[in-house]
Design a protein around this ligand. Structure first.
Ligand code: 5AD
Ligand code: SF4
Length: 437
């Protein structure tokens, strides 16, 4: 008998990938994915712990499921991901209707856990097990058509002073290169043309390969040899792990797309030091220059935190100047959120909420301006779009350009999974409109 599973994902692309893998793990137990919680026998929230707001969302979302549970006592509710890892049993205490709590390193055990849950027991597993979960998971499905994520590395050893990742996701682990190449080939056999290599610190990748450990550049170059795979991306990276080979790959590996997400977080050296980033603003600017020297059309993306403890108005001005100097195509900016257990949480000099909001607003307005300008500059240019799905309007198809812009065109459904040249004719709020050429 098929049972219905509803999965809701918060946070980063690694969570999106994990959600897909969890659904696969449960498909062996007869669970089929549905799009709405009302239809579900099992609801699974895959959560994010990176900022306080993200974590609190889980509890309010759980509250919203209460009427569903009251109407259907057989409905099962699970919490996965980084909140599960960090808060464990606390979740079941705060929300007794939660039946299952599973961390990012133990979700291959979901089938076993579900057996208990279906018998009406509670199940909790947030270990960091010895075994490799990837070896225990069923074959990855190609659920998003021509594009797929592939986790190559997990965890982080950088310990930025604000960040919970090293605690929730654990130490850096790289998956073996031959496994990854095999999985990439398998995805390509099922129609995937673009793979995004994922890791919390993906450019620190150092997986076992032929002749010793491979870096990310070697993995990308070998993956680029796979016939039928046309595009490779990777995210997310730390400036200190952009080594010479990886920089060179941006210039000489045709399948590596001209888009790089390289967070700097702040522009003042004092703040960078307090964040334990281990590089200066100048180091970052020089690094970007080197990458742009080999790939001048590189579309750069970043992350920023404002209001880190001790950040003054002058420090914040340094962030604005760095943004002016570098020029971003896309960027994500956040107010510092104090996370229990991280070094910065205890620090003096916490910035007031009003001040932080004001800085965030000023930074976002500059970043939005840059994003607009980058997008507007695409008008009249020819790009190549990998078409993914129908657009909102009838007769439209949408896909991504090399630069990761969403591009809409009028065109037939057969475009799905194909890469076609497109001339950009209009820049809209969050997408581009183009014409097939
Ligand atoms: N507060 C605000 N933003 C944070 N990030 C990570 N931890 C925090 C925090 N405690 C941001 C960083 C990171 C992105 C994924 O989230 O900018 O690059
Ligand atoms: Fe967090 Fe820093 Fe590691 Fe990124 S590099 S996951 S921000 S500790």
């Amino acid at each position: 008998m098929t049972k219905k599973l509803y999965v809701k994902t918060y946070g980063c692309q690694m969570n999106v990938y994990d959600s897909e893998r969890m659904a696969e793990a449960l498909s062996g137990e007869g669970y089929e994915q549905v799009d709405s919680p009302e239809d579900a026998d099992m609801i699974l929230l895959n959560t994010c712990h990176i900022r306080e707001k993200a974590a609190e969302k889980v509890y309010s979302e759980l509250g919203r499921f209460r009427p569903l549970r009251d109407a259907n006592p057989d409905l099962r509710i699970g919490v996965a991901g980084c909140v599960a890892q960090a808060e464990g049993e606390e979740i079941m205490r705060r929300q007794p209707m939660v039946d299952l709590v599973v961390g990012p390193q133990t979700y291959h055990r979901l089938p076993k856990m579900m057996e208990a849950v279906e018998k009406g027991q509670k199940a909790l597993d947030t270990d960091f097990p010895e075994e490799d979960k990837f070896l225990k998971l069923p074959r990855q499905r190609a659920t998003r058509g021509p594009t797929a994520f592939l986790t190559v590395q997990e965890g982080c050893d950088k310990f930025c002073a604000f960040c919970v990742v090293p605690y929730t996701r654990g130490a850096e682990v790289s998956r073996p290169a031959d496994r990854l190449l095999g999985e990439a080939r398998d995805l390509v056999d099922r129609g995937v043309r673009e793979i995004t290599l994922l890791g919390q610190n993906v450019n620190a990748y150092h997986g076992a390969g032929e002749g010793g450990d491979w870096g990310l550049a070697r993995l990308i170059r070998e993956m680029a040899k796979i016939d039928g795979l046309d595009r490779i991306r990777f995210t997310t990276s730390h400036p200190n792990d952009m080594n010479d080979d990886l920089i060179a790959a941006h210039g000489d590996c045709e399948k590596l797309m001209p888009y790089l997400h390289l967070p700097v977080q702040a522009g003042a050296d004092k703040v960078l030091k307090a964040m334990n980033r281990k590089h200066t603003a100048e180091d970052y600017v020089r690094l970007i220059e080197r990458i742009r020297a080999v790939r001048p059309d590189l579309h750069l993306s970043g992350d920023f935190i404002v209001g880190f403890p001790g950040e003054t108005e002058a420090d914040f001005q340094d962030t604005l100047s760095l943004v002016e100097t570098v020029g971003y195509g896309t960027a994500y900016s956040f107010k510092y959120s104090s996370r229990p257990g991280t070094p910065a949480a205890e620090r003096a000099g916490q910035v007031s909420a009003e001040e932080a909001s004001d800085r965030l607003q000023r930074l976002q307005s500059l970043l939005t301006q840059q994003q607009r300008a980058t997008q507007d500059a695409m008008v009249g240019r020819r790009v190549h779009v990998l078409f993914e799905k129908p657009g909102r309007e009838a007769g439209q198809m949408v896909g991504k350009s090399e630069y990761l812009h969403a591009v809409h065109v009028d065109g037939p459904a057969e475009l799905r999974g194909r890469i076609a040249p497109v001339e950009i004719v209009e820049s809209r709020t969050n997408s581009l409109r183009g014409r097939l050429v």
